[in-house]
Design a binder for this molecule. Structure first.
Ligand SMILES: Cc1cc2nc3c(=O)[nH]c(=O)nc-3n(C[C@H](O)[C@H](O)[C@H](O)COP(=O)(O)OP(=O)(O)OC[C@H]3O[C@@H](n4cnc5c(N)ncnc54)[C@H](O)[C@@H]3O)c2cc1C
Length: 500
C-alpha cells in the first residue's frame, strides 16, 4: 500500500524530498506558490539578459567530494560545466591597497603574508585550520536521526582528531577572529568573507572546499540548476502544482495529539494526504499554516532568539560591453557613506561581474550585480504595500547610486547599460515567503550549532519539515541533505523500501 504525501514548496528541499520519496514508492505531490521550481535558487529573464538570484558556488561539484556522489543520485552533475574561481573576491581599502582571496591556499597564504606581515601568527593559524579541514571526513549518507550507536562511535573516532579545531572555531565568530588581527585590510578581508557573526569554522570550511576545487559555479545559473531537480521529480512520477499557494495545513484531533491530514489552498480547494511535509518558510508554516497551535517553548525560542541570515537588495545591470578579464568579485570603499534604507548605511560596495558564465548575457555583453545586505525587510515591505510609487523611486535611487559607483569603478559603463533590475527584501518575501526576506534561513551560531533542528512539531503526527528552516547554515547542499535525510526517516518510519 502506497502512502500519499503532500509537499509544500518546490524549492530544492521540497524537490529533493519528493524525488527520494518517489524512489521509495511513496505517492507524492508538490504544491508550489510560484510558477517555476527552485524557490530561492532561481534566475529570471530581463530582455536579452538572465538575472541570477542565487548560486555563487556549489559544494560537491567534483567527484573528489562525497556530496558529488549524492547529487548524482538525482541530477546529471557530471554533465554540468563548472567554473572554478582563481580568486574568490578581492577587498580594497581607501588607499587602493588590495587583498586578493585566492582560492589556492598556498597563493592565499603568500598574499596574506605579503599584505599583512604583522599578522603572521593569525594568518598561519587560519591557513593551518583550512588545511586540516581539507581532510575532514564529512558524512552525508545517513540521516542523523537514524544513526546507530555504532555509527556514532565510528563518527566519534573519525572526528576525534578534529574535535579541538571544530570546537574552537565553531565558538569563535568571524568578527572575533578579525578583531584579533592588527592590519585593517586583513580585518576587512575576514569581514567580507561572510557575515561577521558567523562561526569562523564556516569560512575555514569554505576555503578548504575552494582550495580542493570541489565548489564550482554551475554554468547556466540557478534556475537551470533547479530545473534538473524538477525534471528528475516528474520522471519519477511526482506531480507539481504551480501557482498553488497553501494557506492552511489541515489537522484533526486524535485524542491528546493531532495529525496533519493535508492542505487547503488559497483558492479554497482541499487536498488530503497520509503525510504532510512543509519545505516552505518555517515561520509561515508554523505560525500561519498551522496557526501557531504546535509551537511550544522550544519553537518560540528559535523564533525569538536565533539569528537569521539577512535579506538583501540586488541591483543587476546588463551592460553592452565585454568585461572579460576583469576581476569578478570586488569590495571597494565609497567616498562617502550611502544610506540604503533608514537602518542600513554602507561605506563599501561589493560587485560581481558575471563574466565567466556566457549564458547569462549575449556575446560581447555582460551581467554585473551588486548586493547589499539589510535586516530592514519591514521598511521595504511596508513601503511597497503603502506607497508603491515611492517604493519604485527608492529602488531607482539605489540603482542610480550603484550605477554611478560602477561607472567610476569600471571606467565608463553608464551609457552602455541596457537593462537595470532591482530586487528588494519585498521581492524575496513576495516570491519565496522566506521569513524577514532572509536569503538562507537560520544562521549558524553558538545557539544553533551545526546540527539539524527537529523535523517534527510537538503533538502533531504525520507532519514533517525540511529545508533551511530546520537546517541551520542553509545553502543548496544543506537543504538537499535535509530533504534526503527526511526521506530516509519517512522510509524507515512508514516501512517503505530504501532508495538507491
Ligand atoms: C542571493 C542568494 C545567494 C545564494 N548563494 C548560494 C550559493 O552560492 N550556494 C548555496 O549553496 N546556496 C546559496 N544560497 C542559499 C540557497 O539558495 C537556499 O539556502 C536554498 O535554496 C533554500 O532552499 P529551500 O528549499 O529550503 O527553501 P526555498 O528556496 O525558500 O523554497 C521554499 C519554496 O516554498 C514555496 N512556498 C513558500 N510558501 C508557500 C506556500 N504557502 N504555498 C506553497 N509554496 C510555498 C516558495 O515559493 C519556495 O519555492 C543563496 C541564496 C540567495 C538568495
Amino acid at each position: 500500500m502506497s502512502k500519499k504525501v503532500i509537499i509544500i514548496g518546490g524549492g530544492i528541499a521540497g524537490l529533493t524530498t519528493g524525488c527520494y520519496l518517489q524512489k521509495s514508492g511513496f505517492d507524492t505531490e508538490i504544491f508550489e506558490s510560484q510558477a517555476t521550481p527552485g524557490g530561492l535558487c532561481t534566475s529570471w529573464k530581463r530582455g536579452e539578459y538572465t538575472v541570477d538570484g542565487c548560486l555563487h558556488w556549489l559544494v560537491g561539484s567534483s567527484p573528489d567530494d562525497p556530496l558529488y556522489h549524492l547529487w548524482k543520485e538525482l541530477i546529471p552533475i557530471d554533465r554540468i560545466r563548472f567554473y572554478y574561481y582563481e580568486e574568490f573576491f578581492r577587498v580594497r581599502d581607501e588607499s587602493g591597497k588590495e587583498i586578493i582571496a585566492y582560492t589556492n591556499l598556498d597563493r592565499l597564504q603568500k598574499e596574506l603574508l605579503e599584505k599583512a606581515p604583522g599578522d603572521k601568527k593569525r594568518i598561519h593559524e587560519f591557513v593551518k585550520g583550512v588545511r586540516k579541514l581539507e581532510n575532514f571526513p564529512m558524512r552525508f549518507d545517513k540521516a542523523p536521526e537514524l544513526a546507530t550507536n555504532l555509527d556514532k562511535l565510528r563518527d566519534g573516532i573519525n572526528y576525534f582528531p578534529y574535535f579541538s579545531l571544530l570546537i574552537r572555531y565553531s565558538r569563535m565568530r568571524i568578527a572575533d577572529f578579525a578583531g584579533r588581527c592588527k592590519n585593517p585590510l586583513l580585518q576587512k578581508f575576514f569581514h567580507y568573507s561572510f557575515a561577521p557573526e558567523m562561526p569562523m569554522l564556516f569560512i575555514m570550511m569554505t576555503f578548504s572546499w575552494l582550495d580542493k576545487r570541489v565548489a564550482g559555479y554551475p554554468i547556466g545559473g540557478s534556475l537551470e540548476f533547479s530545473r534538473l531537480f524538477e525534471k528528475k521529480y516528474t520522471e519519477l512520477g511526482g506531480k507539481i502544482h504551480y501557482n498553488a499557494r497553501v494557506e492552511e495545513i489541515l489537522t484533526e484531533n486524535t485524542g491528546k495529539r493531532s495529525r496533519a491530514g493535508g492542505i487547503r489552498l488559497e483558492n479554497g480547494t482541499e487536498h488530503h494526504a497520509d503525510i504532510t511535509v512543509s519545505a516552505a518558510d518555517g515561520y509561515s508554516t508554523i505560525f500561519k499554516m498551522l496557526g501557531g497551535r504546535y509551537a511550544d517553548k522550544r519553537v518560540h525560542r528559535y523564533f525569538n532568539k536565533f539569528s537569521v541570515f539577512p535579506s538583501f537588495i540586488q541591483v543587476s545591470l546588463g551592460i553592452n560591453k565585454d568585461l572579460r578579464g576583469l576581476p569578478s568579485t570586488v569590495a571597494f570603499p565609497l567616498d562617502k557613506p550611502f544610506q540604503v534604507d533608514p537602518e542600513k548605511q554602507i561605506d563599501n560596495l561589493y560587485y560581481r561581474i558575471i563574466n565567466f558564465d556566457p549564458t547569462l548575457a549575449p556575446e560581447g555583453k555582460t551581467l554585473v550585480s551588486c548586493m547589499v545586505h539589510t535586516y530592514n525587510y519591514k521598511y521595504w515591505q511596508d513601503l511597497r504595500e503603502s506607497d508603491y510609487p515611492r517604493y519604485k523611486r527608492e529602488k531607482k535611487r539605489v540603482a542610480d547610486f550603484v550605477t554611478d559607483q560602477l561607472d567610476r569603478e569600471l571606467k565608463g559603463i553608464k551609457d552602455k547599460i541596457e537593462m537595470t533590475d532591482v530586487c528588494t527584501p519585498a521581492t524575496i518575501i513576495r516570491y519565496t515567503g522566506n521569513w524577514k526576506g532572509s536569503f538562507e534561513g537560520w544562521m549558524v551560531t553558538r545557539e544553533t550549532g551545526f546540527n539539524s533542528l527537529p523535523k517534527q512539531l510537538p503533538h502533531l503526527d504525520d507532519f514533517y519539515m525540511a529545508g533551511h528552516w530546520v537546517q541551520p547554515g542553509g545553502g543548496i547542499p544543506a537543504v538537499f541533505y535535509s530533504g534526503r535525510n527526511l526521506a530516509q526517516v519517512l522510509v524507515k518510519r512508514y516501512g517503505f523500501r530504501e532508495f538507491q
